[in-house]
Each structure stands twice: as structure tokens, then as C-alpha cells.
Design a protein around this ligand. Structure first.
Ligand code: NDP
Ligand code: MG
Length: 398
């Protein structure tokens, strides 16, 4: 890993924020705004949120603003007229933006759409703060190979993986016994299982502890988020699938733990606020102050724990099977899940249909060997097509 924090000594650090208009992007910009002299913003990207992107770009005097939806080029251009910010649009412009010479890149796009831009940042050896877990789930081996080849630095943003990163002894791998991913259980931890088929998108996105984008909030409600995080952990940390455990912890105070051969368990704790793990990646290996609320355990009083329930949350079982199978399975799991979550948010399927669609897609798809990015993209596309057809079959039944 290289520690090129770039620029001349004392010069501002150049940043690019992919997915700037999202929950992770806004939290990153919140930290940047607290010390504007320390950073130069090279690139900000969004998919369709032109107004929000233009406002952000003006505020931080970004050099380039990119919108993924090509048809919105003129809107963005008009919004940034006279600002000095360069404008681009389209999926290849997103990838090009990631090649711009910033030292630090926030990979904060949601879904496999973030894969190509994130890979582009990795390939030029940047420090990549990785929030976009879907790209590791789909192409973890490939990404890690690219990280090694380019000597990029990959820093996990996901709160669990950031916690593990902070307490993982990379010097003594053989002394690590297990990692324990904590999971809040989302809004339906105690809902009657029989009622789950009737829950609405509004209920599903109302996470009890974290304020996040719609897709990850639904994933937290199905616990597919924890499933994706198991696969993410398997790629980020050199542990076997059987060494990755999930523990329900509804208060989201212990962000994850690492168990060692002597029986010690090390954890990172904090209030649930993504600005803490983002700040860790922004300052690493140093630390910077954040406005996150300070943990007051006496006020919280009680932390509780329970084993995960795979009947209530079948996504955990599917994700574990996909992690163990490797190859095409995690790509299918992720692609089908993205399609099903979008359909649920559009009220085209019910909540329990999400994981049923993922399971049916996993059963329907052949497991081709994955030998590179092209294979990843083929399987991703095909899993989306099959999941989409199950949701909206030719007969038109939803
Ligand atoms: P949001 O939905 O809030 O934001 C997603 C961002 O990606 C937006 O800027 C959005 O632009 C952009 N985007 C969406 N689709 C595309 C596309 N097809 N092409 C290019 N850009 C796109 O998501 P979050 O910030 O919640 O999550 C981002 C990632 O971080 C996810 O992978 C998530 O799993 C991960 N993560 C998030 C956490 C959180 O607390 N939010 C915690 C841990 C991980 P636009 O606004 O125009 O739609
Ligand atoms: Mg997480």
C-alpha cells in the first residue's frame, strides 16, 4: 500500500467524491466544509440530482461536476454557468472523472454502477475510501488484484469494516480467530414474520439508527445489507468464510469486533454517524475531529445482543451460500437484489418478494466461470434481466 497523500507539503489535498449527492457524499462534504483550506475538490458526481450537484459544486468550487444521466448535460451546464466548474455527463464521463488526479477518492455511488468508476480510481493508485460495497461483492478479487498492481490504498468506509480495519492485526494474521459483524436488525427485527409481506417502502426505509440512502435502508430491513457485508469482509480481510460471524446488536454502538486466539475480542464503538468512519478514511493514518455525538454509555445503559434469525432474514443464508460458492454467485445475488429492491421501492413487489426474487434468480442462473471484468458484467446484466422478468413477466403480472 502506498501512502501518497499528494501535492506539495502543506498543499491542500485533492479530493474526488463519486456519488456526492447521496448520503455518504453529503456526509463527506460536511467534513470538507469544516476545514475548507485543507482540501481542493477536483470532482463531484451524481446520477440525476442536477440541482443538488450544481449547488455542491458552487459551494466547494469543484473543478469538474459530472452527472451520470447523459440527457441532463445541458441542465447541469446551465446550472453551473459562470461558475468555473467544468461539466460532463454520461457513464463514460463518470469513469473519466475518476481518473482525474485527486489523491483521495470517495467511492460513494450506490450499486454495481459504481464498479467502473471505482476501478478507474484504483487503477491510478489513488487512496480510495470505499463505501460502495456492491462493487466488492461483484468484483472483489478483481478489485483487490488491481489494488495490489497499482499500489492503491483501499480504506473501508462501511462502519463495520471500518471498525474491523481499526482493530485488525494485519501483522499477525494467524492470531485472528474470527470477525464479528454487528447488525442492528433494521426496522423489522421484532415485527411478526407473518406481517412482513405487507410492510411498505416508507416503513422499510425508516431505519431505527442510521440515516442512509433508500437502497441500503431496504437492504438493512431485509438484512441483505449484512449479507453483502459478509462478502465485503471476506474480500477486505484475509479470513475464511467460516471465520465471519453476524451478531444482532440493535443499538448500533459496537460497530464490529475481531476475536483473537487468546480469547481477546477488540471492538470499535461510537454513535451511529457515518462521519466518524468517513473521517477515519479522510485522515488515515491520522485522525481528525468530527462533530459526531460523543458516546455516552452511561446514558445508553444497556447494550443487547442476539443470534441472527435466518427464518426471518433468509438473505443471510443466501449471502453466506453465495460467499462460499464465490465466482458468479455473489454477482447474481447482488444484481437480482438491486432489481428487486428498486421494484419494491416502486411498489411493484412486496417486501418478502425481494429475497424470494433473489433466491429464484440464483436458482435459475447458470454459474459461469469469472475470469475478468467482462464476465462480471455479463453475469450482472443477465441476473438483472432474469430477476426483472420474474418481477414483470411477459403476461404483465406484477
Ligand atoms: P444514496 O442513494 O444516498 O446516494 C447514491 C449516490 O450515487 C448519489 O449521489 C446518486 O446520485 C449516485 N448514483 C445513483 N445511481 C447511480 C448510477 N447509476 N450512476 C452513477 N451514480 C449513481 O446512497 P448512500 O450514500 O446511502 O450509499 C452509497 C454507497 O455507500 C452504497 O453502496 C451503500 O451501500 C454504501 N454505504 C452507505 C452507508 C450510509 O450510511 N448511507 C453506510 C455504509 C455503506 P443521485 O443523487 O443523482 O441519484
Ligand atoms: Mg454497514
Amino acid at each position: 500500500m502506498s501512502l501518497s497523500f499528494g501535492g506539495a507539503e502543506g498543499a491542500p489535498r485533492r479530493l474526488s467524491i463519486l456519488g456526492a449527492t447521496g448520503s455518504i457524499g453529503c456526509s463527506t462534504l460536511d467534513l470538507v466544509a469544516r476545514d475548507p483550506e485543507a482540501y481542493d475538490v477536483e470532482v463531484l458526481t451524481a446520477f440525476r440530482s442536477v440541482d443538488a450537484l450544481a449547488e455542491q459544486a458552487r459551494n466547494v468550487e469543484a473543478k469538474l461536476a459530472v452527472v451520470g444521466d447523459e440527457s441532463l448535460y445541458k441542465d447541469l451546464k446551465d446550472s453551473l454557468w459562470g461558475s468555473g466548474t467544468e461539466v460532463a455527463a454520461g457513464t463514460s464521463a463518470l469513469v473519466e472523472a475518476a481518473t482525474r488526479p485527486s489523491e483521495w477518492v470517495m467511492a460513494g455511488i450506490v450499486g454495481a454502477a459504481g464498479l467502473a468508476p471505482t476501478l478507474a480510481a484504483v487503477r491510478r493508485g489513488a487512496v480510495v475510501a470505499l463505501a460502495n460495497k456492491e462493487c466488492l461483492v461483484c468484483a472483489g478479487e478483481l478489485m483487490l488484484d488491481e489494488v495490489r498492481d497499482s499500489e492503491a490504498t483501499l480504506l473501508p468506509v462501511d462502519s463495520e469494516h471500518n471498525a474491523i480495519f481499526q482493530v485488525f492485526d494485519f501483522e499477525r494474521l494467524e492470531r485472528v480467530e474470527r470477525i464479528v459483524l454487528t447488525a442492528s436488525g433494521g426496522p423489522f427485527l421484532n415485527t411478526d414474520v407473518a406481517e412482513l409481506s405487507q410492510v411498505t417502502p416508507e416503513q422499510a426505509v425508516a431505519h431505527p439508527n442510521w440515516d442512509m440512502g433508500a437502497k441500503i435502508s431496504v437492504d438493512s430491513a431485509t438484512m441483505m445489507n449484512k449479507g453483502l457485508e459478509m462478502i465485503e469482509a471476506h474480500h477486505l480481510f484475509p479470513v475464511a468464510p467460516h471465520q465471519i460471524e453476524v451478531l444482532m446488536h440493535p443499538q448500533s454502538v459496537i460497530h464490529s469486533m475481531v476475536g483473537y486466539v487468546d480469547g481477546s475480542v477488540l471492538a470499535q464503538l461510537g454513535e451511529p454517524d457515518m462521519r466518524t468512519p468517513i473521517a477515519y478514511t479522510l485522515a488515515w493514518p491520522d485522525r481528525i475531529a468530527t462533530p459526531s455525538a460523543r458516546l455516552d454509555l452511561a446514558r445508553i445503559g444497556t447494550l443487547t445482543f442476539q443470534s441472527p434469525d435466518e427464518v426471518r432474514f433468509p438473505a443471510l443464508r443466501l449471502a453466506r451460500e453465495a460467499m462460499e460458492a464465490g465466482g458468479a454467485a455473489p454477482i447474481i445475488l447482488n444484481g437480482a437484489n438491486e432489481v428487486a429492491v428498486a421494484a419494491f421501492l416502486e411498489r411493484r413487489i412486496g417486501f418478502t418478494d425481494i429475497i424470494a426474487t433473489v433466491e429464484a434468480t440464483l436458482s435459475a442462473m447458470p454459474r459461469i466461470a469469472i475470469n475478468g471484468l467482462d464476465d462480471v458484467l455479463v453475469v450482472d446484466r443477465e441476473s438483472r434481466r432474469i430477476a426483472g422478468a420474474m418481477i414483470s413477466p411477459p403476461s404483465g403480472r406484477a
